[in-house]
Ligand binder design. Sequence first.
Ligand SMILES: *[C@@H]1O[C@H](CO)[C@@H](O)[C@H](O)[C@H]1NC(C)=O
Ligand SMILES: *[C@@H]1O[C@H](CO)[C@@H](O)[C@H](O)[C@H]1NC(C)=O
Ligand SMILES: *[C@@H]1O[C@H](CO)[C@@H](O)[C@H](O)[C@H]1NC(C)=O
Ligand SMILES: *[C@@H]1O[C@H](CO)[C@@H](O)[C@H](O)[C@H]1NC(C)=O
Ligand SMILES: *[C@@H]1O[C@H](CO)[C@@H](O)[C@H](O)[C@H]1NC(C)=O
Ligand SMILES: *[C@@H]1O[C@H](CO)[C@@H](O)[C@H](O)[C@H]1NC(C)=O
Ligand SMILES: *[C@@H]1O[C@H](CO)[C@@H](O)[C@H](O)[C@H]1NC(C)=O
Ligand SMILES: *[C@@H]1O[C@H](CO)[C@@H](O)[C@H](O)[C@H]1NC(C)=O
Ligand SMILES: *[C@@H]1O[C@H](CO)[C@@H](O)[C@H](O)[C@H]1NC(C)=O
Ligand SMILES: *[C@@H]1O[C@H](CO)[C@@H](O)[C@H](O)[C@H]1NC(C)=O
Ligand SMILES: *[C@@H]1O[C@H](CO)[C@@H](O)[C@H](O)[C@H]1NC(C)=O
Ligand SMILES: *[C@@H]1O[C@H](CO)[C@@H](O)[C@H](O)[C@H]1NC(C)=O
Ligand SMILES: [Cu+2]
Length: 565
Amino acid sequence: MWLIMKVFVLHFIGFLLLGGVLPTNAQQRRYKFVLRDAPYARLCTNKTILTINGQFPGPTIYATKGETVIVDVHNRANENITIHWHGVKMPRYPWSDGPEYVTQCPIRPGTKFSQKIVLSDEEGTLWWHAHSEWSRATVHGAIIIYPKKKNDYPFPKPHAEVPIILDEWWNSDVEEVMNEFIASGADPNVSDAFLINGQPGDLYLCSRSDTFKLTVDFGKTYLLRMVNAVMNNIMFFSIANHTITVVGSDGSYTKPLKSNLIAISPGQTIDFLLEANQNPSHYYMASRVYASAGNFDNTTTTAIIAYRGNYTTPASPLLPNLPNFNDTNASANFTGQLRSLANEKYPVDVPLNVTNKLFFTLSINLNPCPNNSCEGPFNERFSASVNNITFQLPRVDILQAYYRGIRGVYGDDFPNDPPLTFNYTADVIPRDLWRPENGTDVVVLDYNSTVELVFQGTNTVAGIDHPMHLHGYSFYVVGWGFGNFDKDKDPLNYNLIDPPLMETIAVPRNGWTAIRFKANNPGVWMMHCHFERHVSWGMGMAFTVKNGKSRDAKILPPPPDMPRC
Ligand SMILES: *[C@@H]1O[C@H](CO)[C@@H](O)[C@H](O)[C@H]1NC(C)=O
Ligand SMILES: *[C@@H]1O[C@H](CO)[C@@H](O)[C@H](O)[C@H]1NC(C)=O
Ligand SMILES: *[C@@H]1O[C@H](CO)[C@@H](O)[C@H](O)[C@H]1NC(C)=O
Ligand SMILES: *[C@@H]1O[C@H](CO)[C@@H](O)[C@H](O)[C@H]1NC(C)=O
Ligand SMILES: *[C@@H]1O[C@H](CO)[C@@H](O)[C@H](O)[C@H]1NC(C)=O
Ligand SMILES: *[C@@H]1O[C@H](CO)[C@@H](O)[C@H](O)[C@H]1NC(C)=O
Ligand SMILES: *[C@@H]1O[C@H](CO)[C@@H](O)[C@H](O)[C@H]1NC(C)=O
Ligand SMILES: *[C@@H]1O[C@H](CO)[C@@H](O)[C@H](O)[C@H]1NC(C)=O
Ligand SMILES: *[C@@H]1O[C@H](CO)[C@@H](O)[C@H](O)[C@H]1NC(C)=O
Ligand SMILES: *[C@@H]1O[C@H](CO)[C@@H](O)[C@H](O)[C@H]1NC(C)=O
Ligand SMILES: *[C@@H]1O[C@H](CO)[C@@H](O)[C@H](O)[C@H]1NC(C)=O
Ligand SMILES: *[C@@H]1O[C@H](CO)[C@@H](O)[C@H](O)[C@H]1NC(C)=O
Ligand SMILES: [Cu+2]
């Protein structure tokens, strides 16, 4: 009897953890998010961090495909905040999207904003995070979107589902890290650790007991829902002695991909199956950086897969092999292998007839400083740009200015092509090409236009990967390569059959990536690099997508409690 009780209680706790408080039919799911400071002790330091509901990582949101969820965000901290629902398209409702000064003014301390999370075709794992300055470092959590019919997955029903959130951790206050690098013009201080579900693992000082442990039963299969919430790095991840099977990314299913390695961009999510099919023991899962340039935190975060059973626990489990930090092929290869399911039940809808061709260069730049007082290369200040324009956030959000016709907030002149054609990926690029311009401009798209956008990485200052994220849409990644994009030859090799459907894609260092999407979601939608330091330096822009003619093709009106500037 006691055993039965125990099993029941465990299942009940499992239900709460995984299935979440499922509402009865027709009841709208509603979450309360309270932004507040909370104490947090890790890695030999006691500090206070900004959290939602005192939790780090923050609460998981559970939903069913197509549902609308309400989140009441209360700001009880001392700073401005906005929350972005990363990968949620919000059809016709950009008001809840979240990027500060792009679609809304910040939620000020002491105020509240009720956000409507409008799900449509997303299914799988997404996440939410703060979208103002660097507060997303600790203000984020997973969004799990179940199929409409329970367990109707394109893979065998897993025994259990477990979020795996990768984080980046500074012992000092993260807003101070931000303020310091903005002031100095240099790269930000490297972080002190990476975390798995808020815990560093036991390879750090003072961290022996701070290890996330996943207990598994031999013979069972687990669905791990991974979110890369790291600030500034693409991450490698692997589990010792286990081959995993990737089944989804960015809230969309993929063809099953067996792999010993995952490379995941900040912003991206990867769902994968773990078969507990090895000798019962303890195994490390481990993650560390893939970095193609610059200074970075070279530490390794770990967690433990612990099989249930009667065996001698190894004093130190084996670490999985992770590629070299600079192994661009390993990273690009992994990402390049993702494919949509593209079958009858999960069809693709790749735009074949492109109406708008855009070509965007992604560059790191340098700006001069008075008296050479900055601490970036050549005593200048780091900056970054898209098509040579450093994105400047306005004082009033672009969406409001667009909707109400307020002039002088932004311009419509973002260029479809870079101002200059040069050898973007040459080893040496003349320094007079390193200086960007400033601007707050959008690309205007007609409703239903079909867009092909080619991102071209450049080698100004230093070439590096850029995980590019588009709000309001998913896009098909139809091609990628190293070097300069060749507009005559490269499109011949596009994958228009089963390209992956993503909302964040790493453009390889000194390479290019081509995406396609149909502009059928009216509104103002930001696009930016998901490396936090790059977006702070200005690597972003926005689209305005015009209303269509029919009633169901127009932006919905704003909610009454929209924060004001
Ligand atoms: C952090 O604070 C707690 C509670 O006050 C204390 O027990 C712990 O030793 C402190 N840890 C460090 C690393 O200072
Ligand atoms: C894991 O794999 C290694 C070889 O890659 C092997 O030496 C080791 O015994 C395996 N560990 C277990 C617990 O099976
Ligand atoms: C990480 O960097 C430190 C300092 O540069 C160096 O001493 C250490 O060997 C590096 N560790 C790894 C695993 O590369
Ligand atoms: C565990 O295995 C050991 C050695 O094989 C055995 O002596 C012990 O009785 C086992 N314990 C249980 C709970 O099965
Ligand atoms: C990558 O790092 C390894 C080991 O540090 C080094 O031998 C190799 O030259 C580097 N490769 C590139 C492409 O920089
Ligand atoms: C990358 O993929 C190609 C072809 O798919 C393969 O030939 C190559 O060995 C892979 N490289 C790495 C580093 O995995
Ligand atoms: C492609 O788009 C053009 C311009 O909108 C249109 O005239 C043409 O009919 C379209 N072709 C197909 C195959 O849809
Ligand atoms: C561009 O630069 C690369 C790297 O130095 C070089 O291999 C390539 O030949 C250059 N392309 C042209 C058209 O000059
Ligand atoms: C960017 O614009 C600046 C200012 O007009 C110019 O000096 C620079 O050459 C441009 N760089 C590129 C790569 O277009
Ligand atoms: C762009 O703005 C920065 C300061 O934000 C300034 O240092 C730089 O000179 C400006 N660039 C141009 C081309 O005006
Ligand atoms: C937009 O495209 C959809 C699907 O292709 C079509 O049903 C709809 O009529 C189009 N709307 C407009 C305004 O062109
Ligand atoms: C908070 O947001 C308001 C409204 O945009 C702005 O006036 C204020 O300066 C912001 N405060 C800080 C500290 O950024
Ligand atoms: Cu970037």
